[in-house]
Design a protein around this ligand. Sequence first.
Ligand SMILES: NC(=O)C1=CN([C@@H]2O[C@H](COP(=O)(O)OP(=O)(O)OC[C@H]3O[C@@H](n4cnc5c(N)ncnc54)[C@H](O)[C@@H]3O)[C@@H](O)[C@H]2O)C=CC1
Ligand SMILES: CC(C)CC(=O)C(=O)O
Ligand SMILES: [Mg+2]
Length: 368
Amino acid sequence: MANPSLLILAGDGIGPEVMDQVKRVIAWFGDKRDLSFDVSEDLVGGAAYDAHGTPLHDDTMARALEVDAVLLGAVGGPKYDDLDFSVKPERGLLRLRKEMDLFSNLRPAQCFDALADFSSLKKDIVAGLDIMIVRELTSGVYFGEPRGIFEEGNERVGINTQRYTEGEIDRVARSAFELARRRSSKVCSMEKANVMESGILWREVVQKVRDADYPDIELSHMYADNGAMQLVRAPKQFDVILTDNLFGDILSDCAAMLTGSLGMLPSASLGAPTGDGPPRALYEPVHGSAPDIAGQGKANPIACILSFAMALRYSFDQGEEATRVETAIEKVLADGARTADLMGEDGGTPVTTTQMGDAILAALDQSL
Ligand SMILES: NC(=O)C1=CN([C@@H]2O[C@H](COP(=O)(O)OP(=O)(O)OC[C@H]3O[C@@H](n4cnc5c(N)ncnc54)[C@H](O)[C@@H]3O)[C@@H](O)[C@H]2O)C=CC1
Ligand SMILES: CC(C)CC(=O)C(=O)O
Ligand SMILES: [Mg+2]
């Protein structure tokens, strides 16, 4: 049987740096676990713009639709700030998500024991934290029309449109409920139904889906601003959080700091199930291209490596191997390895991106 196929799009800034460590983990699975992948690589974001004048070449898009899974690093950076919006690096990523129809974005926030002391919050608030944010990814205000900057009278007006259809809400709600059934069966849906019609529809549809097909799920609703506050006040009250594209983007960066660093948060973006096979999927860290530390060997590769672990679990039916990676990372952190983002000013000498990769590979070796 052919090896499963992976398309790697490392992107910009720290994207290629953290992806280099993922490539070593992929090679390790080929060497040590007889689990090989047919890996191809291509450009996305600013790197694709530099080469082709577009943040995502049509050939790359076509390849992404063919492979079993895509692994992405990060896109964007100040070099591209003044580009026309249509060719900005971030548009390449949005096109991938949209054309692959990856409507369900899973962003787990787990606090590893070794980092509970380092979180922005008190240890007892985050110790043992394990929540899953399910973010709608292919609609909402990042995609709604009309959008643009227009002349209106003697001034300009910037417009974006929050738009959700019932079908779009229905399908992401189902994905959250299915996931919740494999966890604690508790979902909190967040929107702003107090001030947004799209929020009213969101709440109605989510409740309807739950009542019709998921009566075993304990569903609650919360305004997203309160949700942000509750996330930092008492995050362990949540298990699965279901929310829209914009709120999910913001709430997941917020959740990252509960775990210690944005450099710790992976994600899986999944489409609809395809027959018997796994859904279309793209895996990427939650963080961006981190221009402030790019090229300095400071980036934490754990979020990207954990994203590969999610690929093992969700695309390749290799849950035990995914756990092997997560356990290796847990061990490395317990042994004290810290990239700079995981230590305070006087925390000692941080390890580099490559040294963190070395330590994770050594822990993987020890797991055999
Ligand atoms: N999925 C993607 O490709 C994303 C791309 N971006 C893009 O990235 C660029 C920079 O955006 P920012 O707002 O600065 O967000 P960012 O996520 O790149 O960085 C925010 C802060 O977190 C730190 N950080 C992020 N990842 C880290 C890691 N792995 N290890 C250690 N520290 C890490 C950075 O150094 C920075 O101080 C922008 O062009 C933005 O549009 C932003 C978010 C997601
Ligand atoms: C397209 C990305 C730059 C948006 C983002 O911040 C994210 O998806 O987390
Ligand atoms: Mg974001």
